[in-house]
Write a new protein. Structure first.
Length: 110
């Protein structure tokens, strides 16, 4: 992963290389947090949220969809989000989260 300080906000970093990997790990942590007891869930969410906002920002045109998708996953189903995946970036986010949910669900059954 390669990061650089954000020129507009020195408290933020821009991911130069490794965006997809970071986003996938972020989604996996989000899904796993939802499987934890409430205390552990809140502990994990400290790494995912700050002041109620996601700590990870994806491409600006996908950020709202990303947030909605994660909220839907928390409620148990993302299928209704597929209709809003109207760009390649949004479709990729949807497909990756769907795959993560499927894998975690199968692991939970074992």
């Amino acid at each position: 992963m390669v990061v650089a300080k954000n020129e507009d906000n020195k408290k933020l970093y821009d991911i130069i290389d490794g965006q997809q990997r970071t986003t996938t790990i972020f989604m996996l942590l989000h899904v796993l947090a939802n499987k934890q007891n409430e205390k552990d869930k809140q502990e994990t969410r400290k790494y995912l949220y700050q002041k109620g906002e996601l700590k990870l920002e994806v491409a600006p045109q996908n950020q709202s969809f990303f947030k909605t998708l994660l909220e839907a996953a928390e409620k148990g189903s993302i299928s209704h989000c597929e209709k809003d995946a109207d760009t390649e970036g949004k479709q990729n986010l949807f497909e990756v989260l769907k795959a993560i949910l499927d894998k975690v669900s199968k692991l939970s059954e074992e």
